[in-house]
Ligand binder design. Structure first.
Ligand code: NI
Length: 210
C-alpha cells in the first residue's frame, strides 16, 4: 500500500491526453491499488491516473457512504457510451485543494470499461446522482479536461481559485455547453423550490468552510 502524491492544478500533466492501457500488468494493478489508497487517504470520491502523474486511461471512484463499507469502482479504458439530461453540480477536485464551484453535467451516463482484472463491464448512473457526476469528472481528467472548464460562471470560479491561491480559469479551455446550460435553466425555472434548496445547500457548504 502506498499513498501517492496528488498533482495540483497548474501542473501540465493534468492537461495531457492520457493513453489507453494495453495490458493490465502487475505494475498497472499496483498503480490501481495505490490510487485507491490515495483516494481514501485524501477523503475523495474519485481519482484519475493523471492526478498521480500517470497519463493512463484509468480512474477509481467510491461514492458509498463513508461510514459504511467501502465500494471501490475501477475503470480502465472507459468509454462513455450514452449521456443525456442536464444538471448543475457543485464540485471540487483533489487537484484543487478546497476549491469548489458550480459546473454543468449530464444527468445520466452509461460507461463501458474494464475492471482491475481486465474484464469488461457496463455501469449506468442516473438522475444526476453522485456516481453520474463523478464518472464525468474523472473521465474528463483522461482527456486533460478539468471541472472548472465546465463552470457555469467563470468569474465566480476565478474568485474561488484566487481564494485558494490557484491560478485562474484557463479561458481557452472553457467548454461551451449551451444545450446543457439551457436545460439546467429550464429545470430551475420549472422547479424553483428545488433549485433554491440546492442554492441554499451550496451557500451553507460555503459558509461551513473554515
Ligand atoms: Ni478531479
Amino acid at each position: 500500500m502506498s499513498i501517492l502524491k496528488i498533482i495540483e492544478y497548474g501542473n501540465p500533466i493534468l492537461r495531457e491526453k492520457s493513453k489507453e492501457v494495453t495490458k493490465i500488468s502487475k505494475k498497472i494493478k499496483t498503480l490501481i491499488t495505490d490510487m485507491l489508497d490515495t483516494m481514501y487517504h485524501a477523503n475523495g470520491v474519485g481519482l484519475a491516473a493523471p492526478q498521480v502523474g500517470e497519463n493512463l486511461r484509468i480512474f477509481v471512484i467510491d461514492v458509498s457512504d463513508p461510514s459504511g463499507p467501502i465500494n471501490p469502482l475501477v475503470f480502465v479504458n472507459p468509454k462513455i457510451i450514452k449521456k443525456s439530461g442536464a444538471i448543475s453540480s457543485y464540485e471540487g477536485c483533489l487537484s484543487f485543494p478546497k476549491a469548489y464551484t458550480t459546473v454543468r453535467r449530464y444527468a445520466n451516463v452509461m460507461v463501458k470499461a474494464l475492471d482491475i482484472n481486465g474484464r469488461p463491464f457496463i455501469k449506468e448512473a442516473k438522475d444526476g446522482e453522485l456516481l453520474a457526476r463523478a464518472i464525468q469528472h474523472e473521465f474528463d481528467h483522461l482527456d486533460g479536461n478539468l471541472f472548472i472548464d465546465h463552470c457555469r460562471n467563470r468569474f465566480v470560479a476565478d474568485e474561488v481559485l484566487k481564494k485558494y491561491n490557484l491560478s485562474p480559469v484557463e479561458v481557452d479551455r472553457l467548454i461551451d455547453e449551451p444545450e446543457l446550460e439551457e436545460a439546467i435553466l429550464l429545470w430551475e425555472k420549472e422547479h424553483p423550490d428545488e433549485a433554491q434548496k440546492l442554492r441554499d445547500e451550496i451557500q451553507e457548504l460555503e459558509n461551513n468552510k473554515e
